[in-house]
Design a protein around this ligand. Structure first.
Ligand code: SAM
Length: 598
């Protein structure tokens, strides 16, 4: 591998900014808020040593302000504009790293060449904890394209990222090449089980994605890059005192790492909220602080089983390979022990749905070196519960999670709608939604838009209750159909929502139908119509903005129904029966009640 190391030819760094252009200096070591293309245009040419860009991938990811669904032509044109500016800003011996998904890796690589970049490496970042997909392979890698402006002059600090070779470590071979070994080109599912692959000196890297449960996670941005990955790039392609630039700051990972590694940084972010929180993250670290995360995650992650020096599988006690049955039993008993440590007397449902308890459970799994994503571990726990193995392990789940119907009524609709929208988008079951902390958090955010102000567990428990009630609701709906001889319920004349006077609504139980134009969006049931409509459409902190995104000129109609019962739980059950009946008739877009397969 030919490497041009300019280390000796560059002036020694003194740890201070080396540029003398006032425009750039003014922006150094801070996040500029706004559109990066416009802001880059205002910066002087040749002022950056290293650029790292992790742009939106144009895959419909939900950002705070940026809309990640451009047409292909628009996305390529936009990419051309910002990459042109990056090329202009880079010094002649500067480097540019581009993080990009499968969807546009090829196009952007060609574009980079057209703009005058020279390619040095196409690195694959393989990660664990990708968002699980049901109908295609789960995303588990990102492309890291490494370019330079001048193929003959660039910084490549191989010593800063070098690792001892296997020849040195394993065979103690004096002829070992300290520069590492030839990269492999192999598919592999578990890097930590592959003793010879995914080494830091190869172009297929393994770092876990910064998942929801990780200590490193800043918590406000779903695309946070691992510090160790950025550390490798920044150490290798820049030196102390130089300027590292990132046009798409996100959670400010690049700048945090640059600061820790004594580099200057310059970064930009469209979202004011991300910029503000990113700045807090930067302010919280100091030059010289260690980078978060394990430096070599392959070595820090446990293997599934002990191995001998040649990678052969051994059991701890006997040095004989463990059977699949033994592996399964030991995994299950450890998982049950992790549940016992974390559940605080609550059920499996509560532990998976409650973010605090779930975090404690996943932490306990980590301490026990149990392998798997949070989704895998939670799913397996559900499976153990269903097979009765939690009960037969003698674990007491004496604490009940109980919500009154009146309490649930405040966000029952929001939970049902968030459930429907999240599963429609990701094609997952409700159980998998709960088991995957990233999806569960997305569900919470959606529910909070329709009924702001409640806890994650409230929304999640409400959706679980909708599911639990669905069977009964459908059997009641069938009874209603029999009693009415299948005659449909008139939904009533729709009126424009803005024309509805809340004072005309009573505080009784009832049904309502929301439609946009002629299309029915949602059939709601509530114990208190006036309060529900106030919470959804009228109050100061209502869900009206979320509703507006669902359709124009919203209308509401009130089906006339006859509720006989007196006790709240019976009324709630009757309402759900009617709701199910009308859903079956009109299949509104946002109801989930009738979709449950029993
Ligand atoms: C994939 S994220 C970057 C994540 C980042 N690497 C991290 O570790 O957190 C892309 C970011 O670019 C921002 N963005 C999108 N368009 C932008 C623009 N024109 N100017 C500046 N920032 C933009 C988005 O708001 C988003 O936060």
């Amino acid at each position: 591998m030919a490497k041009k190391n300019k280390k000796t030819s560059k002036k020694k760094s003194n740890g201070k900014p080396k540029n003398n252009k006032s425009q750039e200096t003014a922006s150094l070591n801070t996040i500029l808020t706004g559109d990066c293309i416009e802001m880059m245009q205002a910066l002087p040419e040749g002022s950056i040593d290293l650029a790292f860009a992790d742009p939106p991938f144009n895959i419909g990811y939900k950002y705070d302000v940026y809309d990640d669904r451009k047409t292909v032509d628009d996305y390529l044109e936009w990419s051309k504009q910002w990459m042109t500016e990056v090329h202009r800003l880079l010094k002649d011996d500067g480097a540019f790293w581009l993080a990009i998904g499968d969807d546009f890796a090829a196009e952007l690589k060609i574009l980079a060449h057209q703009l005058g970049f020279h390619s040095r490496n196409w690195v694959i970042w393989y990660y664990t904890f990708g968002v699980h997909c049901e109908s295609k392979f789960t995303r588990s890698h990102t492309h890291l394209l490494y370019f330079v402006k001048n193929p003959k002059e660039f910084t490549f600090n191989r010593d800063a990222v070098a690792v001892p070779s296997a020849r040195q470590l394993v065979y103690n071979d004096k002829r070992a090449n300290p520069k590492g070994r030839v990269p492999d080109d192999t598919w592999i599912l578990r890097p930590q089980d592959c003793q010879d692959g995914f080494n830091p000196d190869e172009n297929c890297w393994y770092f876990p994605r910064v998942a929801g449960t990780f200590k490193e996670r800043a918590g406000f941005h779903g695309c946070q890059m691992p510090e160790q990955l950025l550390g490798r790039i920044i150490r290798c392609c820049s030196r102390a005192g130089e300027t590292v630039f990132d046009p798409f700051s996100g959670s400010a990972s690049t700048s945090v790492v640059a600061k820790k590694l004594h580099r200057n940084f310059l970064t930009m972010e469209l979202s004011e909220e991300y910029a503000e929180k990113g700045q807090e993250r930067i302010d919280a670290v100091q030059p010289g602080d260690p980078l978060d995360g394990a430096e070599d995650p392959k070595l820090s992650a446990p293997v599934t089983y002990p191995v001998d020096g040649r990678g052969k599988q051994l059991s701890k006690a006997t040095d004989k390979p463990m059977t699949d049955k033994q592996l399964k039993e030991s995994f299950e008993s450890e998982l049950i022990a992790a549940f016992a440590e974390a559940h605080e007397g609550y059920s499996v449902d509560r532990l998976v749905l409650d973010p605090k308890l779930n975090q404690a459970f996943l932490d306990s799994c980590l301490r026990k070196s149990l392998e798997g994503t949070p989704l895998d571990l939670n799913r397996y726990l559900f499976r153990l519960r269903k097979s009765g193995k939690i009960k037969s392990a003698g674990i007491e789940t004496e604490k009940r999670t109980s919500y009154s119907w009146d309490e649930l009524d405040k966000y029952f609709d929001a939970a049902e709608i968030a459930w429907k929208l999240t599963v429609d988008e990701h094609r997952v079951s409700l159980d998998d939604l709960y088991c995957d902390p990233v999806l569960a958090a997305e569900f919470d955010r959606t529910a909070a838009q329709f009924a702001p102000g409640f806890q994650s567990i409230d929304y999640r428990w409400a959706a679980l209750t909708v599911r639990k009630q669905s069977k009964l609701a459908r059997s009641r709906s069938e009874k209603i159909a029999r009693d009415r001889n299948s005659t449909k319920i008139e939904t009533g004349k729709p009126i424009k929502l803005e024309k509805l006077d809340l004072e005309d609504c009573d505080s009784n139980p009832g049904l309502y139908v929301i439609q946009s134009g002629k299309k029915q969006l949602y059939v709601g049931e509530t114990l208190n119509l006036k309060e529900r409509l106030d919470r959804s459409f009228f109050g100061k902190k209502s869900g009206k903005n979320a509703w507006r995104k669902q359709g124009n000129s919203l209308k509401i109609a009130f089906p006339s129904i006859n509720i006989q019962s007196k006790s709240t739980s019976h009324v709630a059950n009757e309402l759900l029966g009617y709701q199910s009946f009308i859903i079956a008739e009109h299949t509104p877009k946002l109801n989930a009640l009738n979709q449950v397969v029993s």
